[in-house]
Structures are given as structure tokens and as C-alpha cells.
Design a protein around this ligand. Sequence first.
Ligand code: ADP
Ligand code: MG
Length: 232
Amino acid sequence: MITIKQVSHHYTMGKKAKETTVPVLHGIDLHVEKGEIVSLVGKSGSGKSTLLHIIGGFIQPTSGQVVINGKTITGWDEGKLADFRLQHIGYIFQNFQLIPSMTAAQNIELPLILNGTAKQERKQKVAEILRQVELEAYPDHYPSELSGGQQQRVAIARALILDPPLILADEPTGSLDSDTEAELLTLIRKLNEQNGITFFLITHDQEVAAIADRQLEIKDGQMLKVKGVMPV
Ligand code: ADP
Ligand code: MG
């Protein structure tokens, strides 16, 4: 589902004469099988989010190759990448990133609108996914009227609505209390087992890392060690 070959990345800061490079990732190799849950831990600043953005095609790596669901996305233009993301990848973020002026149902419906799905089918799909994340009682609530856990479930529903085979999550439980976190982890496991969705989870939290089939650790932009049963 994800293959990363010798990916390195540096950011460029400042202008021309005063330009400096910030090296972040150094020769990362990574392979995630379809149906796996893989977690990535590492200290703040170690390059986790950068790697996630590279996997999602938001950042082109300085060197190396990224293959997602059989497609080598390295070097693609933004339009092609946006289209690819919509069909193949769902995202979940620590701060949910819901649109505050839209209700739960409208937030979830948005990818279907971008995708050109007809209205009747949109309504049906949104109702279905609201049931799946146990939010059927809250379609008309705005994000500010929902708890953190409920907001994160809206974000998951939005990530799921186009049936992507892969979900990338950057600190998905970072803003949740421990009960809500446990509910979210149960939901992630259910989606993995029942829908076969592959998850790549960045986390600080050992409890989150522990639900993974495999745990990876990154330090100073390099992969450290592998725990778990699946081969790399
Ligand atoms: P993590 O998610 O593990 O905390 P990041 O990938 O966000 O780490 O950041 C890794 C390093 O890259 C940090 O030193 C950070 O300051 C730097 N960095 C991140 N984004 C940018 C950017 N857009 N421009 C310059 N440096 C950046
Ligand atoms: Mg980060």
C-alpha cells in the first residue's frame, strides 16, 4: 500500500544569498502492506509530519521514490495529486480540521461534492457513514456543538466517505481525553478489520502505538527499529 524508497528531504529557508537548508529526512525506506496498521513514533521535530506529508503527496521529497497503492506519485503535478488523494487517501489530524461553518453532515459530504457525486447518493452515503461512526443523532450539529471525540469521528467519517484504501493520521488522539481516545482506537480497529483499511498512524502515545501490527520509530530523520510480526 505504501512503499518509500530512499526518501530524503530538506526544507529551504530564506532568500537567495541567505538561503539555508534544513535537513529533515535521511534515506528513509518503508513498506506498509495492505490491511496493516502501522504506527510511527518519534520525538517532536524528528520528521514524522514531513514523512506523512510526503506519503500524502503534499510535499515532493528532495530525493527518493514514493509508491502508493501501486502508483509512483513522485514528480506528479498538483492537479493529478489532488485527484489521486481524493480517491486513495483519507486524512485525520490532531486538531480535526473541520470547517466550522458547516454541520457534521455537510463536512462529511464535502469530498462527495468535490467528487461530483449526485445529491441523492450523497445523502444516502452520509447517512450510512454517520451510522458507522455512531453519530446518527448529530448530523445538524456544528463542530463547536460537538465534543472533541465527536468532532474526531466527524473527521474520520469525512476521511472515509470516498472509501479510500489508506488512512494517514497525524496524532489523531492528541486532543482527546483517555476515554475518548479508547473509543477512537476501537473505531480504528473496527475499520481495519471490517473494511480492510490500511492505517499509518503518527503518535506520541504508547497506547495508540500499541494497537498497530507494527511499530516504527524515527529519530533525527532516520528509521530506528521495528517491533511486531510483519516483515518490513
Ligand atoms: P515532527 O512531526 O516529528 O514533530 P516535522 O516533520 O514537523 O517533525 O519537522 C521536522 C523538522 O523540520 C523540524 O526541525 C521542523 O522545524 C522542520 N520543518 C518542518 N516544516 C518545515 C517547513 N515548512 N520549513 C522549514 N522547516 C520545517
Ligand atoms: Mg508533527
